[in-house]
Unconditional design. Structure first.
Length: 76
C-alpha cells in the first residue's frame, strides 16, 4: 500500500495557518494586558498573563523559524 502525499500547498496551509493564529493570539494577549494593566496588577494576576506572553512569543518565533527552514530546504 502506498500512501498518497499531500500537495505542498495544502501542507503549507495546514502548518502556516496555526502559526498565524498564534501571532494573532499573542497580539491579543499583549493588547489585553496593556489595556487592563492596572486591574491585573491590583488582582495580582499580571504575572500569569506575562508568563503566557513569555511562553507564547518564543514558541511562535521558533515555529516560524522552523517553517521557513523547511520551506527553504524544499520539504514543504
Amino acid at each position: 500500500m502506498s500512501q498518497q502525499k499531500m500537495p505542498p500547498a495544502v501542507l503549507r496551509l495546514l502548518v502556516i495557518f496555526p502559526n498565524v493564529l498564534s501571532y494573532v493570539l499573542l497580539g491579543g494577549l499583549i493588547i489585553y494586558v496593556t489595556t487592563n494593566y492596572e486591574v491585573l496588577k491590583s488582582t495580582e494576576s499580571l504575572k500569569v498573563w506575562l508568563i503566557f506572553i513569555a511562553v507564547l512569543a518564543p514558541a511562535a518565533a521558533f515555529t516560524t523559524y522552523s517553517i521557513v527552514k523547511k520551506i527553504r530546504a524544499g520539504l514543504m
